[in-house]
Write a protein that binds this ligand. Structure first.
Ligand SMILES: *[C@@H]1O[C@H](CO)[C@@H](O)[C@H](O)[C@H]1NC(C)=O
Ligand SMILES: *[C@@H]1O[C@H](CO)[C@@H](O)[C@H](O)[C@H]1NC(C)=O
Length: 321
């Protein structure tokens, strides 16, 4: 499959007469079948690039798509609200599954939002009045572009050196997808955290977070308003000792890596490369591993924690069952 690139109007693109559809080879189209191809143009009109620049912002409802077609960045409304947010989602499955949100605490109240690169080089979300609703924030003094990578990572790059200045994987929302690292630096104390949504219709920062305590032994925690809510027990090099079923999980592997220089991180890998899988921290504090079922066309929860009230830290007393 190839994507049609065109600047300006669709007619101009049509005049170039080079259109590739799924399964069709590149060919010159006689004018009379041009109209048949319109759905094709429309289908691809939102799919033509993976990059946002100062000169090429996108406006609601436009989007960009990673070059492998796996992820999309654009505007969405959660269930039961008309508020608009900028986020990324899996682009090739039938259930819209948002895995990252930019302006999570400042919704756009209508469909006049844009995503662009500001004068100072930051990636920004603007409302219809051109107010900044969200910014990637580092101080930059270079021309940049923002690219949605095949991994789902949105990266802001320095245009001349190609250096990554900012990346969405360092500022997760509630979802831990493959290729991400949830890390903790014992030297600086810096932690990368998943943060739950407030509710299914509100992606603003909720009560729960997921991260690693590196010391004395690395361990994954879910915190509720900063206090321990659930924990895995220490990593023994193979598994977290409080979560024995992790050793037998067929579909995935939550792995912990210690770089021996103070940084510890977890990674998530699928045992089956062709299947989609991610971990999400639900608004109510439940950590869920979800696996996309091609057959059912829906996400199946393949693991969750805490599975019972007694697994909630301190709920049933220190020796509670
Ligand atoms: C979506 O795209 C990714 C990357 O190309 C692929 O690994 C995955 O299998 C695709 N998923 C579906 C449901 O087609
Ligand atoms: C949306 O609202 C309907 C009706 O009140 C409710 O049944 C449904 O659970 C809501 N969906 C979500 C995701 O909150």
């Amino acid at each position: 499959m190839k994507v049609v690139y065109f600047r300006g109007s669709r007619i101009e693109a049509a005049m170039e007469l080079i259109i590739c559809c799924k399964g069709a080879t590149m060919r010159f189209l006689p004018l009379h079948i041009l109209f048949f191809s319109c759905f094709c143009l429309l289908k691809f009109s939102t799919a033509r690039r993976d990059t946002i620049t100062h000169a090429q912002p996108i406006a609601d409802p436009e989007s960009i798509i990673s070059s492998n077609g796996a992820f999309e960045l654009g505007f969405f409304s959660p269930a039961n609200t008309t508020n608009r947010f900028v986020g990324t989602w899996y682009s090739n499955i039938s259930v819209k599954t948002v895995v990252w949100v930019a302006n999570r605490n400042r919704p756009l109240i209508d469909s006049s939002g844009t995503i662009s690169i500001s004068e100072d080089g930051n990636l920004v979300v603007l409302n219809g009045q051109k107010e900044i609703m969200w910014s990637s924030n580092p101080s930059i003094s270079a021309a940049t572009s923002a690219q949605l990578l095949d991994s789902g990572n949105l990266v802001l790059q320095d245009g001349s050196s190609g250096k990554t200045i900012w990346e969405s994987f360092r500022y997760p929302s509630d979802s831990f997808i493959e290729k991400m690292k949830i890390s903790s630096d014992a030297n600086t104390g810096e932690k990368i955290l998943l943060r739950s949504w407030k509710s299914p219709s509100d992606p603003s920062i909720g009560s729960f977070s997921y991260g690693i305590n590196p010391l004395p032994l690395p361990e994954v925690f879910v915190w509720k308003d900063g206090s321990t809510y659930w924990r895995t027990g220490p990593w023994n090099g193979q598994i977290f000792i409080g979560v024995p079923e992790m050793a037998s999980l067929y579909i995935s592997r939550l792995n912990l890596v210690n770089d021996k220089e103070g940084t510890v991180y977890t990674t998530l890998t699928s045992a089956d490369e062709s299947s989609l899988l991610y971990l999400m921290l639900n608004y109510n504090g439940t950590l869920m591993e979800k696996h996309w079922s091609e057959e059912e066309q829906e996400w199946e929860v393949t693991w969750l924690a805490p599975a019972t009230d007694c697994e909630v830290y301190g709920k049933c007393g220190p020796f509670g069952i």
